[in-house]
Structures are given as structure tokens and as C-alpha cells.
Write a protein that binds this ligand. Sequence first.
Ligand code: NAD
Length: 417
Amino acid sequence: MAYNPYDNVLATVEKAAKILGYTPEEYEAVKYPERELSVSVPVRMDDGSVRVFQGYRVQHSTVRGPAKGGIRYHQNVNKDEVKALAAWMTFKCAVADIPYGGGKGGVVVDPTKLSVAELQRLTRRFTAMIAPIIGPDRDIPAPDVGTNADVMGWIMDTYSMLNGHSTPAVVTGKPIQLGGSQGRGEATGRGVMLNALYICEKMGVDIHNATIAVQGMGNVGSVSARLLYEEGAKVVAVSDVSGGIYKAEGLDIPAICQYLSTRGNLLSGYTEDGITRISNEEVLESDVTVLIPAALENQINEQNADRIRAKIIVEGANGPTTIEADDILDKKGIVLVPDILANSGGVVVSYFEWVQNLQALEWEEKEVNEKLRRNMDKAFNSVYDIAKQKGVTLRTGAYLIALKRVVESMHFRGIWP
Ligand code: NAD
């Protein structure tokens, strides 16, 4: 059967609901996205031709607050993927205990094949087409795969122009100059790093003796790699869409990040003494202390889970591990810090950005990072404790906390009318 990430979400929810002892009526509504919007986005290309791109914005839940979640530009975007990503946002915001529901958007496009001007026109038209359902108190987009601060800036400007006044709180992950928060660009990777440190400490692993592999050296992967490198860990394997590199003595992560920071640069063009070129599969299956999948969904699945040799997995990406793989990893004794906890640093600092925008405040980076650390610390420990107490995996532990918060909010709101 073809892999459908939304089935993964439903299976995880069912598992948690059973442990929590919920009747089907109590959580039935969580299984469906509240609102799904499909749009066809016409774009004038640089050569004068017109192309129409398919786009989506899905609001999975607004029970705990406005929908919140990124916008993905990728050629494989589809509605089920966006639905799953939106649902993961609901549970992620609930684990982090921030007052948001979950949403996600996407456009079926390979952004590397468009010029910057074409990307801008696509973004502005897509924003106009989803404008009826987004807004600071409705649904607040942010960056995801294939989008960045520049794209968020165009969204902010387009929405503000349509609104007739500047509306920075409509989107997070903006350039600092437009009301972006200090620390937001690094926040997801910083959260991944913190979760890796916490789990290593719980398992008695000294980070200075730990080896790390990172799949996907994009925003999340490269910051996670750099911050763990700065903590003294040895990052031995990394990859991106062009393949992977390995060096037993540890890679020069700052040099790699510097190289990748130029638009269009891929790891396949990077050189360093003593590196071996390896495949993406080999990165995932490398013999390391901590594996960080930070690319896309469905990377660790039934086919390769048995070959994973890492002791710990910290999910930088959303949904990198299938539910079948989860069981295999668990039986092998591999400890996994789940996406909705491990990569929640991004949405937590997005929340800080929104709060600053609404109050016209600017916090210093130190303050942002300290608040993020406190939030992550609390979220990690609450998940770790409940998982221990119930004898379940950290993923199930995270869903026990998240689902309970969502269901309790639904209970108090009731069903209108
Ligand atoms: P990005 O576009 O910056 O980076 C994605 C990286 O993955 C790129 O380096 C790309 O080359 C690589 N990649 C793509 N396909 C690959 C493959 N088959 N094998 C290896 N590498 C591959 O995206 P990002 O923002 O870093 O997001 C990565 C993941 O983290 C996604 O699952 C996203 O949903 C999740 N996430 C992102 C944020 C955020 O703040 N950006 C927050 C939470 C979760």
C-alpha cells in the first residue's frame, strides 16, 4: 500500500487515545482537519509564459488557538502530506503548551528551478489566494522545506498590502528588519540540539564522546549539526539531496555550513581532506550515537529500520519515521525523541515572534534563547516522565500529553451549536 503520512498521524492518535481511555466521541473530531483549501496559482514566468501551480492551506485544528504552521515548496507536496503536517502542528503546539492549533501549507513546485523573481510572484499570488483564511488571529504561516525568511517577508508584505496596513503578526520567521524575532532562524535546530543533549544526559552519554549523523543539511539539519559541533560532539556524517559525506575524525561543520549558505550550493560540490562520499542510505544507517533525520517524511521505514545502528534518534524533520519503523526501532532498543517534541523549537520561537509583533516589542537574542531553553526543558521532562511512568515510547508519551490537552480544550469549548 502506498505510504500516506496522514495514516501515520491517525494510528498514533488512536494508540494514545486508547491508553488515555477515551471513548470515540471524545476525540472523533481530532481525526479530521477543520478546513482544507486548494488553490491554483497562475504565475507569469520570466520568459513570458504562464504556469499554474497547485497550492494548499490546511487548518487541522483551531481549538487551542489560531492555526500555526509552515509553508512548504517542494515538487512532491500533496494534500495528504499537508494534512499530516498540519495535524503534527496541532500536537506539537500542544506538547510545547503554546496557545496555537495546527495548520500547514504547500505549493507543488521545485523552488530551485525558479528564479528569485518567479518565486516572489508565486509567493505573492499564493498569499493572495489563501488570504481569506490566514491572519494574526486565524492562521499564521512560517517557513518549512523550500521556503525561508525572504519568502516570509513577501507573504508579510502581500498580506499587509491587501489589508491596507502593516500586519507583521500574519507570518513568523520573517527577516529581523520586518519584525522577525532574534533567534528564529536557528530555533528549530537549537531545539533539536537541546533535545539531543537532554536525552544523552538521561542515557548517560557524554556529548563529548558522542558521534552524530545528520540527514538533510537544510535549515534544521545544518543548525542542529553546528550547535552540536559547538557542544563538543563529533559530527561524522551529513547529507543533502545530492548525497552524503563521511569522516571518522569528525567533519568541519562550520566550513560546511558556510559553503552551503550560498543559494544553489550542494554538498556534492563540497571538498575537505579525508572525506568519503557516501549515499543517503549510508548516512541513515551509519554507526553513530545520535542520528538526526532532518529532511523529509518516510525516511526510516519498514525497509531500512532494521539496518539503523544509531543508539538515539532525534527527529529534526516532521514524520521521518513510519509507525511500522517505530516498533522495529523500539524492539532494537533505539531511543527516539519524536518530531513533535524534538523540532518544536521553531514553533516556540515563532510564538515568541508573534507575541513581540502583537505588542510591538523586540526581545534580545539571549532572552529568546533562554525562554526557548526553559520551554524545551519543561516539554522534554514532561514527555520523558510520562513515558517512563506508563512504560511507553517517547513518541507515545508526547501524544499522551498533546492529545489530552487538545481533547480537554474541545471538551470545554463544546460543539457549537
Ligand atoms: P530545508 O529546505 O531548509 O532543508 C531540507 C534539506 O533536506 C535540504 O538540505 C535538502 O537538500 C535535504 N533533502 C531533501 N531530500 C533529501 C533526501 N532524500 N535525502 C537527504 N536530504 C534530503 O528544510 P527545513 O526547513 O530544514 O526542514 C527540514 C525538515 O524539518 C522538514 O521535515 C520540516 O517539516 C521540518 N521542520 C522545519 C522547521 C523549520 O523551522 N524550518 C520546523 C520544524 C520542522
